[in-house]
Design a protein around this ligand. Structure first.
Ligand code: NAD
Length: 353
């Protein structure tokens, strides 16, 4: 495990993305997103994704220079075709437009289809919250086989289909940002656990034969395993609802088996952005949100060493710590960065790229 300063990791990501074919502005958007995910403690959605992006770019299933194309802009609806561009670019720009529409008319219903991996969905919720908007965002994952079993099922049939609900804070620096996969764990966290040689807790994953396993490598084994939905039938229901909303309702694809698969990651996003001032007094909204979050935080913890947190706080704490001490990069993730460099023809040691 090494600790790498933010600026250095950003530079490494930029070089890999440039070699992959991303123009400077697009490379910069993606690199910033990935390093921010690392800073916020989500190594699953940080620079460890670059090797996958490099191989998809080489396979032509990721278009590093592509942007989203607005296919319909008729308030309250905004529909964007991601054209297989970097999801971080497509979703960022779509969210910017959706924010402008919601500020002008009170709400925006956003549909983004056929983008490559959008990364950490909380990023887009944070953008909306920073603009004073409430956002409900759901994203499905298609383009490869299902990695999450239906409740009671032995094999993967769904993506990890995240849900993000973001609410502006009374203090703009502290929004409520719930941002979670509907699986017990994001698949990227299995990649990180495998890279670190760690085992999964019981009850998280099944191997390719449908048997319980603690091996985080099962996803990449042959036959491939899967993870379980969080919260049993409830998480399964939410994950399936996300597949329908983000897949079918946006005009994109669900994970039904009639569509071509791999090697790629495709994200579709369905979102609702609302100006809270249109439904009542902004002051009262802010007071209510502040009061209920404080009520949670003030609850006496079972373990005095672990105070009650609300969504968004773990990410802010990780960011403060990692900005100060550097971003931990394990040997497996470092090797994957070197691999990305190799795939793209950038030889040897990243420090001398
Ligand atoms: P997680 O379990 O680490 O966190 C989920 C949420 O719980 C966060 O909002 C966090 O602030 C909150 N939280 C964490 N610990 C808490 C605590 N002790 N008390 C109160 N709240 C707490 O996240 P995850 O489910 O592993 O998802 C990780 C990331 O993966 C997310 O950013 C998600 O958007 C991303 N993701 C992306 C895709 C994609 O295809 N683009 C797919 C799946 C997941």
């Amino acid at each position: 495990m090494r600790r790498i300063p933010e600026a250095e990791l950003l530079d490494i990501a930029l070089r890999i993305l440039a070699a992959e074919g991303a123009p400077p502005a697009e490379a910069s958007r993606v690199a910033r997103h990935l390093v921010d995910a690392n800073l916020k403690g989500h190594d699953s959605h940080g620079v460890g994704m670059l090797e996958t992006y490099a191989s998809h770019a080489r396979a032509g299933t990721l278009k590093p220079a592509a942007h989203g194309r607005t296919s319909s802009d008729a308030p309250p609806f905004l529909q964007v075709d991601g054209q297989r561009g970097h999801g971080q670019v497509v979703a960022h720009e779509a969210t910017e437009t959706a924010i402008a529409r919601a500020r002008a008319s009170g709400a925006c219903i956003l549909a983004v289809r056929d983008a490559h991996h959008m990364g950490r969905i909380g990023t887009y919720g944070e953008m909306a919250a920073a603009a004073g908007l409430v956002a409900i965002l759901v994203v499905n994952v298609v383009g490869h086989r299902g990695l999450v079993a239906p409740h009671g099922g032995a094999f993967g049939r769904l993506g990890t289909n995240p849900i993000c609900i973001a609410v502006p804070g009374v203090d703009p620096a502290t929004p409520f940002v719930l941002d979670m996969a509907t699986s017990k764990v994001a698949v990227g966290k299995l990649r990180v656990a495998a890279a670190r040689g760690e085992e999964l807790p019981d009850g998280y994953a099944l191997d390719g034969h449908g048997n319980p396993t603690r091996d985080p490598g099962v996803i990449w084994a042959d036959p491939g395993g899967c993870v379980l939905p969080f919260g049993g039938h409830k998480g399964f229901g939410l994950g399936l609802a996300v597949d329908i909303l983000a897949g079918a309702l946006t005009g994109g694809d669900t994970l039904q088996p009639g569509h071509p698969r791999g090697p790629t990651i495709v994200n579709n996003l369905f979102g609702i952005l609302v100006d809270p001032g249109r439904l009542g007094s902004l002051d009262r909204f802010g007071e209510e949100v502040g009061a209920i979050l404080d009520y949670m935080r003030d609850c006496r913890p079972v373990d005095p060493g672990h105070p009650v947190l609300v969504a968004g706080e773990p990410e802010r704490a990780a960011m403060a710590e990692r900005r100060a001490s550097g971003i931990p990069i394990d040997d497996g993730t470092w090797a994957s960065l070197e691999n990305a460099a190799r795939i793209l023809g950038l030889v040897t040691g990243l420090r001398t790229l």
